[in-house]
Design a protein around this ligand. Structure first.
Ligand code: FAD
Length: 387
């Protein structure tokens, strides 16, 4: 696996690790407890020049692909999974902008992103279509040099904090196929945008995930990404690969942190009555080994899937779907094991193991959900269309 990672990428990972150790991990408990957006994490990632991960090098970015996103999401999530989610959604949004950027998009969005001055994010989900995130009901209609947009997005990560929002819409008055949408970039605070009440999750509490109402929102035509109705291309070529990678990396990092919690506890816990260390209990050694095996299998699945994507291999989608489904399974299973191995210490309110267990549960319900991914993987094996 090691040889897949270029020296430039290894350097980026080292920088991300330092930011995670110094700023992100120390703030994770407060971010969760106060359910607040991880401002310090995002500022530190910007100060470390990591926000332009997917911006082309000719525009000042790092020009990196899926493997970089996997590694950085994993690294950051070891310290704070909410921060990894916020960073990941910015990366997915910037990859979507970069994929068919016009000269205007480059100067207005990608250059400031590469300069670490602009945060973007992805706003696809809607309550009307739920996990079927590729079916927006938000309508887009042309009005001279503007589009008018009407609809409601839900669960917008970085909601209220991002400088721009990559939203999906469906073109008014056209019969649409399944998955038909166009993507638009909407600048923050435009008239017609209003934020709905904050959503308080069981876990991933620091991601500022909110509903966004779009009412007679006027967006310049220049803010359209690609061609009108470029839907399937965006979903399968950019949104899905980058989103699956960011999510898989995040849940993998979370599982690694939980495994480390368990190792630390078994090493430290020594009974007074017998002098026995939990590290010497063979059953617990075996359970630890099972956790490690799952983490390593998950990492191998993700790295090779992301590497395939960066090579432009045709079978990338299947591998990335497996990686995200497996990362959600691994994170929920490993955090649950870590909770058992950590005993009453781990079970205390607002402890790191509890936080990780709660955060891990979001892995299954975040789109594409585990059930949908497994359905699609099965359908692909049967040569059936995904949708
Ligand atoms: C912490 C968090 C952050 C998020 N951030 C973002 C974001 O930044 N941007 C964004 O666009 N969205 C975001 N989301 C939204 C996320 O993608 C949604 O949770 C997802 O769309 C699920 O929608 P829902 O709650 O309506 O579930 P529902 O659609 O009600 O689904 C409930 C369950 O039914 C299952 N199900 C539904 N249909 C089928 C089927 N045909 N076959 C099998 N099972 C099925 C699903 O798998 C799921 O388990 C976020 C969500 C969370 C929890």
């Amino acid at each position: 696996m090691h040889e897949l990672i270029s020296p430039a990428l290894r350097e980026l990972q080292t920088v991300a690790q330092a930011v995670t150790d110094e700023v992100i991990a120390p703030n994770a408990a407060r971010v969760d407890e106060e359910a607040r957006w991880p401002r310090e994490s995002m500022a530190a990632l910007a100060d470390a020049n990591l926000m332009g991960l997917h911006v082309p090098t000719r525009l000042g970015g790092h020009g990196q692909g899926l493997l970089a996103l996997a590694l950085l999401s994993e690294t950051i999530a070891r310290g704070c999974s909410s921060s990894a989610l916020c960073f990941g959604m910015h990366c997915v949004g910037s990859a979507v902008i970069a994929s068919k950027a016009t000269a205007f998009h480059e100067q207005q969005y990608l250059v400031p992103i590469a300069e670490n001055k602009h945060l973007t994010t992805l706003a696809l989900s809607e309550s009307g279509t739920g996990s079927h995130f590729y079916l927006p009901q938000t309508r887009l209609s042309r009005d001279g040099d503007y589009f008018e947009v009407n609809g409601t997005k839900q669960f917008v990560t970085n909601g209220g904090h991002a400088d721009s929002y990559v939203i999906s819409t469906q073109v008014s008055g056209q019969a649409t196929d399944a998955g038909d949408f166009s993507c638009l970039i909407v600048d923050r605070d435009r008239p017609g945008m209003s934020w709905l009440d904050a959503w308080h999750g069981l876990g991933m509490r620091g991601n500022s995930s909110r509903g966004l109402q779009l009412e007679q929102l006027r967006v310049p035509v220049a803010n359209l990404l690609g061609e009108e109705g470029d839907q399937i291309w965006y979903v399968f070529e950019v949104v899905a690969p980058f989103f699956l990678t960011a999510m898989a990396g995040t849940y993998l990092g979370l599982a690694e942190a939980a495994l480390q919690d368990a190792v630390t506890h078994l090493r430290r816990r020594v009974y007074q009555h017998s002098g026995q260390s939990l590290a010497d209990v063979s059953l617990l050694q075996v359970r630890l080994a099972e956790m490690k095996l799952r983490v390593e299998k998950c990492r191998a699945l993700l790295y090779q899937a992301a590497f395939r994507g960066d090579q432009g291999r045709a079978d990338t989608a299947l591998h990335l779907m497996m990686a995200k489904a497996d990362a959600a399974d691994t994170a929920t299973w490993v955090t649950n094991e870590a909770m058992s191995l950590g005993g009453g210490q781990a079970y205390r309110e607002n402890g790191p193991q509890g936080r990780r267990l709660r955060d891990a549960r979001a892995g299954h319900v975040m789109s594409p959900t585990t059930d949908l991914l497994k359905t699609w993987i099965g359908r692909q094996l049967l040569d059936l269309p995904l949708l």
